[in-house]
Design a protein around this ligand. Sequence first.
Ligand code: IVH
Length: 750
Amino acid sequence: MTGKSDIAQMSEAEARDELARLAGLLAQANQAYHTEDAPEISDAEYDALKRRNTEIESFFPDLKRVDSPSDQVGAAPAEGFGKITHAIPMLSLGNAFEDADVTEFDARIRKYLGLTIDAALDYTAEPKIDGLSLSLRYENGRLIHAATRGDGETGENVTENARTITEIPQQIADAPEVLEVRGEVYMSHADFEALNARQVEAGDKVFANPRNAAAGSLRQLDVTVTRARPLRFFAYAWGELSEPLAETQMEAIRRLEVFGFTINELTAICDGPQSLIDHYRMIEEQRATLGYDIDGVVYKVNRLDLQARLGFRATTPRWAVAHKFPAELAWTRLEAIDIQVGRTGALSPVARLQPVTVGGVVVSNATLHNEDYIQGRDSKGETIRGGKDIRIGDWVQVYRAGDVIPKVADVDLSKRPEEAVLYEFPTTCPECGSDAIREEGDAVRRCTGGLICPAQAMEKLKHFVSRKAFDIEGLGAKQIEMFYDDPDLPIRAPVDIFTLAERDAGNLNKLKNRHGWGAQSAENLFAAIEEKRRIPLARLIFGLGIRHVGEVAAKDLALHFGGWTVLTEAVDTARPAALAHRAGEEAVERERIAAADEGRRARIKETRDKAIAERDVPKAAQAAWDDLIGIDGIGATVGLSLSDALANEEERAAINALVARLEVEAPAAPAKESPVAGKTVVFTGTLEKMTRAEAKARAEALGAKVSGSVSGKTDILVAGPGAGSKAKKAADLGVETIDEDAWLALIEGL
Ligand code: IVH
């Protein structure tokens, strides 16, 4: 696609072709956006196509098509939705699948709060609605805006659409000044059936399930479409409040009901795991007759003061859990096994299936996990499925639980075709031909090609631009695939993204003349890239796609180190200790193989210590390593992987080149003024008012770093009764030492 100037040069034939092409592209974009709720191009790209169409039409009025996109009203996503940053993030829930997980959930909470098994502890239990969550903000009783969950921090502004939902009050009497109500938008079974019947009649696409129908209906740019769709809303939670709603979850929900919201009548108070499970069974029995989809039961600690003490992990509250219903199952034919190479080189077998509907969704691919799984063994080498292996041509059972990727669960040997042969897992990478090896204790076979393997490089890039990493608008997986092999503007490493505009300029700005591109879309892409040159440290760390360094670990590392240079210096310093650690583990592994008798434990420890001692690790390295793996949630596996990635020369060079072009933002300071922000705190001895876990979580929430050992870097030692060597060391080092009460006084009210 080219700019305006080329239109004047066009022949009629060229203009006609171009109008036909644009009509096709716009129709496809409309279809993807409106009916499939899965936009394929950005709003900016859409606008550029539409503008070009209008420009050509004004030059060649006679060529205007009968189905001209410029005559189509309502369907145009003119602006797209605005964004709304949630005052309080919208989180997701941890899952429980079995009864034992529920008992464990209760035990975890008691442990955290320091409650004994027989102390009273109530929960609420309510259906988990299978729709999409929505946050409604009321100020002085008036609905101000409505936002979807989005990535949890920022959602889409769907206020006008939300106003069409009758179960969402526009005005609330006697509400707190600020009131954010959260809940689920869903569609009832009856409304869903009726909608699909209307869709069929109109020749429009039918929705796969009520959830998709609800999402597609709410995320409509044309509010008249949303108005015609019968959406409903259950309120079950809240965000920002100018004053507390109540003292318990149940009372708070009842207040939402008084405000005019619909709350779920199957919400009950339960006094422990058994009562929760009983309520779960009761709801499960009614599932088919409820008239709307639910996918489990949500348990929440009833007392809100306890919820506040329990707080949150990175993306889920400690005080709630979703007890999911068992997954749905279906049988189908396995037609082929393909191997996909992931960003860490993992060879993942994917089952290509004869399409089958599982729980309202058509499934044609499912994961087969790894080679052991195909052969009928689990990660510990024990048999699964009674040891039955899976072969191409087999009749297999597929299941899916919620959003989880479908899996192959079982195989029916009575239907196995005679010609089916044992599947041989490749030992070389199907993408680059490098050896694919399995390390001791690893269930996964990995390509050793590193960055020379195009699949690894490509997957790393896709991860780099993904939503939770750099999230570059207009540069998704599809565009990465296109640019990877581009003869003029290849993107082979993350840094190439940030040199793209420069290289295009040096290349006579050819990008905008490409098929499917134009001046506007090229400019938009460059602007979107430019926008991400400033990047939060946690996103950078996560974006690098280092094995074991997920979103949570990246956040923890960012909070702990505060800057890229500090982080790399610490990891570099720790390198000898990291290697010693690995040597220790390897020595232990050898010991394990060699011996299996009683005195083993002692010998193993001795072996590890000896192997580490032989390495003669510098003190600073040991200290840096201990600090790194002492970060809550990090540990040796993440530490080693990070250390390996940064010590790998090629990878480090690629990372350095990238970082040189970025402006890395330090993590935001904690919201409240805190006297302990940035301080390193050590807890020792017995704490009486709270458990160690709670003390640590609260300190970290206030911006303190919690460390396990006292060193010159320690700012405060909080010592309870029975404090021993740490208190002595702190005294020797002149570290401020306070007791638990003084600590609580220090952080009081925060
Ligand atoms: S409570 C801080 N209660 O499940 C926890 N969530 O997997 C806030 N959901 O994003 C959520 N029914 O969309 C809660 N009764 C219920 C729910 C519910 C459905 C959804 C919600 C959330 C997701 C978490």
